[in-house]
Design a protein around this ligand. Structure first.
Ligand code: ADP
Ligand code: ZN
Length: 732
């Protein structure tokens, strides 16, 4: 008689932090309690092992004859990934068409840092009873330092006492100092929710109360904190952070530019008498692990970071702030493509917490969400301390009669002369790194191009290099033209900030000129130092790329000259006007932030363009209304939806074929259109040819679902890669 089959235990789904389509099935570990969803586990994968997270739902049955491998280890001591974060991961994967495992990897960027005992280090204490010692001055210094500052390592103690490590080692051997292992993770001074902030104005207080109340309500809410540059948005959202601190909950503040982190941290420390934790790509691996543990354990009370900080496994997140919410750098364009501002709103929804979007120039999407009643508007009406907004005027470059090798117009030069004569500072803004964006051969007209990209090489004279800003390719300037062989005939064309600095120094030989660009400022400390020099008035003319546009406050800076206000307006980007508007407004906001009124001059070859005309009239509302109208007419976001498909590969014929195959299977409907395929404006990038398709749909269309069906019908030839960009910001 056949014995009844033994029921096998149900299989579990385990999501691995790898770009896999879905969770894999594993048998539960033998003789252990069943692991619960969210728990960190180790599983076999092929002939390797991987960490993973037990996922929700039931695993599909395996094909007959196949047996599932078992989970090897369960890390029950690690805080499980909470349901809100798991739900967020699934949602984001669906929406952005990224594999859920790729999203999990962003949430657990180094899972190993969370398991096992926390790392420790050895420190030295005074022995309870001192042995007989041959006295020496060096030994005395070490012992009194060890008494004064317990908990130093051998190296630290040697340095503090100005002796060689051998002296300290000798004291350990003699038994005068004893070793002790301590957790090496830092304990940073904790910020205090009750630390007194500045005296807020009435308008600021009203706004701060709304934000704090939203934190105290512990529920999902999106608040747009809108106020001109200098209105005190940071001071005001700090009040919401203070509320979260008082409730014992964590806050996350996203900022658009890593370079600004240090200045933000310093300001935070002054305000809260304690420290926030930074999270961005420049952290050392040790510091990353330490920060991740502090975040997961809830010790990191306030975290400031770039977009990647959004995904971390916070123990008890109570508030998200997205500073400069309109900023395009929230859009991650490589690997997993997403917009961190939008995903912050989604995460807040899953967590049931408020999110504050702060900006002087909110995106049209966000303004439209306010109109639709989805987001709450919290306005800050004026500049703090009654500072007035600057005077803005356009300089018509067609009438300036300026040589083609010069970029500072006579009108701007005159304004600079006046400003400097009054002991004030001027800033020149040009969103172009390097010396010149194009170098050509004066003999044959040959242009120096990147071998890997359809882009020109940009001369960086300071470094003596030609650089590709797209792929990072570098070369020395060749001695002779690679096309015609003529030597020394290269001519720089157009300005970058380095060239502008040269011109400024020629025009104003007495003035102290400094350049600020993301490639000349290698560390956040550099930036802070330069900012301090500007604030101390050791710089007369500050020249910079968009890094100078953001968030700084210089009381004596009263003149801003925008060298090429038209720069962002060319090309087929539907957000070009909006983005230029935001950038110019932001730059203009640097002028006259204290008692002295500011002045902004925009050099342009088309001052009649709606963006520049509205800037000069100071007509924000008029510009936004016209731009919204235009978008509505064109069915563009926020009134319609977009998704871009980019096919790329080393073999041009295959890429073209893949583009055509995609177009043949394109979805059809009265509420959508597919444009392309067409060669991308940047049709060759990092050695790959690129074609684009654009899906344009009405707002009610479920674009991700449509894309999934579409893409499942097309098999890509080998070597061809497809990236999907839902809600694209870049059209290159
Ligand atoms: P925003 O973020 O809107 O540009 P900030 O919060 O940076 O504005 O404020 C601009 C400047 O004004 C900062 O130096 C800030 O410390 C100062 N400030 C703003 N509000 C106050 C206040 N109520 N009391 C004192 N200083 C303030
Ligand atoms: Zn390149």
């Amino acid at each position: 008689m056949a014995s009844p089959p033994i029921p096998s235990p149900p299989l579990l789904r385990v999501l691995l932090p790898l770009p896999l389509g879905q969770p894999l099935s594993y048998a539960p570990p033998a003789n252990q309690p069943l692991p619960q969803p969210g728990m960190l586990v180790r599983v076999p994968l092929g002939n390797r092992e991987s960490l993973g997270v037990v996922w929700d739902g039931t695993a599909e049955a395996l094909a007959p004859g196949k047996t599932a491998k078992a989970i090897q280890a369960v890390f029950a001591e690690v805080q499980p990934l909470e349901p809100a974060l798991r739900g967020f991961i699934d949602w984001m994967a669906e929406y952005t068409l990224n594999p859920p495992g790729a999203v999990l990897r962003m949430c657990l960027p180094m899972p190993d840092a969370l398991i096992g005992p926390p790392p420790s280090r050895t420190v030295l204490d005074m022995a309870a009873t001192l042995p007989e010692l041959r006295p020496s001055a060096a030994r005395q210094r070490v012992l009194s330092m060890a008494r004064e500052r317990p908990g130093l390592s051998q190296a630290e103690l040697a340095e503090a006492a100005s002796v060689t490590p051998a002296v300290v080692r000798g004291l350990v051997t003699a038994g005068a100092l004893v070793q002790r292992a301590v957790a090496s993770d830092h304990r940073q001074p904790e910020p205090e929710g009750d630390a007194p902030g500045p005296q807020l104005s009435e308008g600021q207080r009203a706004a701060a109360e709304q934000l704090s109340a939203a934190v105290a309500a512990r529920e999902y809410n999106v608040l747009l904190l809108e106020g001109v540059t200098g209105a005190g948005k940071t001071e005001v959202y700090f009040e919401a952070v203070a509320e979260a601190l008082r409730l014992g909950r964590q806050s996350l503040v996203l900022i658009p530019e890593i370079a600004l982190t240090q200045a933000w941290l310093d300001r935070f420390e002054r305000r809260f008498a304690g420290q926030a934790w930074a999270w961005h790509s420049e952290l050392s691996p040790g510091r990353r692990g330490e920060t991740l543990r502090a975040i997961a354990a809830g010790r990191a009370r306030v975290v400031v970071g770039a977009r990647s900080a959004l995904f971390l496994p916070y123990a008890d997140l109570g508030l998200i702030v997205v500073d400069e919410e309109h900023d395009a750098s929230y859009k991650q364009e490589e690997g997993a493509i997403y917009n961190a501002r939008d995903m912050a709103v989604v995460r807040a929804k899953h967590q049931g917490i408020p999110v504050i979007l702060a900006s002087a120039t909110p995106s049209l999407e966000t303004l439209q969400n306010v109109k639709r009643g989805r987001y709450r508007h919290v306005p800050l009406p004026e500049r703090h301390g009654g500072a007035s907004l600057p005077d803005i005027a356009a300089i018509d470059m067609r009438k300036q009669g300026i040589s083609r090798q010069r970029f500072i117009s006579p009108a701007l030069q005159m304004a600079m002369t006046e400003t400097l004569a009054q002991g004030e500072q001027a800033m020149l803004f040009l969103n172009r790194r390097g010396y010149a964006p194009l170098t050509l051969c004066g003999a044959c007209g040959h242009r120096l191009q990147c071998p890997n990209c359809s882009a020109w090489l940009v001369e960086h004279r300071g470094r003596g290099r030609l650089l590709c800003h797209h792929c990072g390719f570098q070369a020395r300037q060749p001695d002779a033209c690679p096309s015609c062989g003529e030597a020394d005939r290269f001519k720089p064309c157009g300005p970058g900030v380095e060239r502008l600095a040269e011109e400024a120094a020629e025009l104003f030989p007495e003035a102290r000129v400094a350049v600020m660009a993301s490639d000349t400022m290698t560390t956040p400390r550099h930036i802070v130092e330069l900012l301090d020099r500007v604030a101390r008035r050791e710089v007369d003319i500050l020249i910079g790329t968009q890094i100078v546009a953001k968030g700084h406050h210089f009381p004596l800076l009263t003149l801003v000259g925008v060298i090429d206000a038209d720069l962002g307006l060319a090309g087929g980007d539907p957000r070009a006007s909006e983005r230029t508007w935001q950038l110019l407004t932001q730059v203009a906001g640097r002028a006259g932030r204290a008692e002295r009124p500011g002045r902004v001059l925009l050099q342009s070859f088309m001052p009649e363009h709606p963006v520049l005309a509205a800037m000069a009239r100071g007509d924000a509302q008029g510009f936004l209304a016209a731009e919204l109208d235009e978008r509505r007419r064109a069915g563009m976001p926020p009134f319609g939806r977009l998704a871009a498909l980019i096919v790329s590969g080393p073999d041009q014929a295959r890429v073209t074929q893949a583009g055509r195959d995609l177009a043949r299977r394109a979805p059809q409907g009265s509420d959508l259109r597919v444009l392309g395929p067409a060669p991308a404006p940047l049709n060759f990038l990092r050695g790959r040819h690129r074609e684009r398709l654009l899906l344009k749909a009405e707002r009610g269309v479920d674009v991700p679902a449509l894309l999934r069906v579409w893409l499942s019908q097309v098999a890509l030839p080998s070597g061809v890669k497809l990236s999907v960009d839902v809600d694209p910001y870049s059209f290159l």
